[in-house]
Design a protein around this ligand. Structure first.
Ligand SMILES: C[S@@+](CC[C@H](N)C(=O)[O-])C[C@H]1O[C@@H](n2cnc3c(N)ncnc32)[C@H](O)[C@@H]1O
Length: 277
């Protein structure tokens, strides 16, 4: 029997579900970042590096920045870039230029930016030192660079245990579950190698909204993140409900879980590096 391209219970991958999976944690962290920084001015030029759905750009625009500020929003994923462009159609006055660009090889000139944000991008980069070097190179002297990574994603434990329970402990961890944190030590290693100096580190936390129906969130999470090395197998279709049972049972037991007004939430913690060039 050939393996299914995906189990019949898996959902269709689309942007709205990804949004439901991620909630607004990166938006919340992006808003909190601004509290740590010098104020924007009418001449500020800003990079939203690996902009994705646009948490940083939206936090900046939501902070009512001075007229004259300019934002460059870059990413490699066409789905996110299309989303960014659509949101600019809704907000035509926003001073945002959207471009396809690899964070590991920024093509902006030296000394371009007053502020450079790279929010939850480093975990997925193949050359983090190169990316940190490009951030430094493209900052103006006196400009501020910010890199964030997830220090703690406690919901991952439930998904990793579903992997072990349904696939055994010998099978390599599902790739999307094996590398998604990027903690202070990793930021320190990459920024030091890239020549960043006097980096200040802070932690910020945000609660991920898992909704009122944990099984729905588990089903979205397992669809997006549970794909094993080499792709889905018949076994994963057979064991789908067991995987969800395990996630739904374990999530509320986590010490960082809480229920507010019937809504399940779990705390996430970000490591933030901030440096002036
Ligand atoms: C977890 S999302 C974070 C998005 C956004 N910065 C936020 O705060 O919500 C990671 C983003 O990094 C982008 N990305 C991954 N590799 C990249 C690369 N080499 N260059 C630029 N963007 C990249 C992905 O396409 C995705 O949009």
């Amino acid at each position: 029997m050939t393996a299914p391209s995906k189990p019949k219970q898996a959902l269709d991958l689309e942007g709205a579900l990804l949004q439901e999976l991620q909630g607004d944690v990166s938006d919340s962290i992006a808003q909190q970042l601004l509290e740590e920084l010098p104020p924007f001015t009418a001449t500020s030029v800003v990079l939203d590096n690996g902009c994705g759905p646009g948490a940083v750009t939206m936090a900046i625009m939501g902070s009512n920045p001075p007229t004259g500020l300019k934002i460059h929003a870059t990413d490699v994923n066409p789905m996110f870039l299309a989303q960014r462009k659509a949101s600019l159609t809704d907000n035509p006055s926003w001073p945002v230029k959207v471009e396809t660009m690899d964070a590991c090889n920024l093509t902006f000139a030296d000394n371009t930016f007053d502020f450079s944000f790279t929010n939850f991008v480093f975990a997925g980069l193949f050359d983090d030192v190169g990316a940190a070097s490009h951030i430094l190179r493209t900052l103006k002297p006196g400009g501020t660079g910010v890199i964030t990574g997830w220090a703690e994603m406690p919901w991952q434990i439930a998904l990793k245990n579903a992997h072990y329970k349904t696939r055994g402990t010998e099978e390599p961890m599902a790739p999307f579950l094996s590398k998604s944190c990027y903690q202070k030590e990793e930021i320190e290693r990459a920024t030091r190698a890239a020549g960043w100096k006097d980096v200040k580190y802070v932690q910020k936390e945000a609660y991920l909204n898992l909704g009122t129906d944990l099984r729905r969130w588990a089903s979205i999470a397992w669809t997006f993140l549970g794909t094993p090395v080499g792709g889905w197998q018949q076994r994963d279709e057979r064991m789908w409900e067991e995987a969800l049972d395990s996630i739904v049972e374990e999530l509320p037991r986590n010490e960082w879980s809480k229920v507010e007004g019937g809504v399940n939430k779990i705390r996430m913690v970000a490591d933030v590096a901030i440096a002036r060039k």
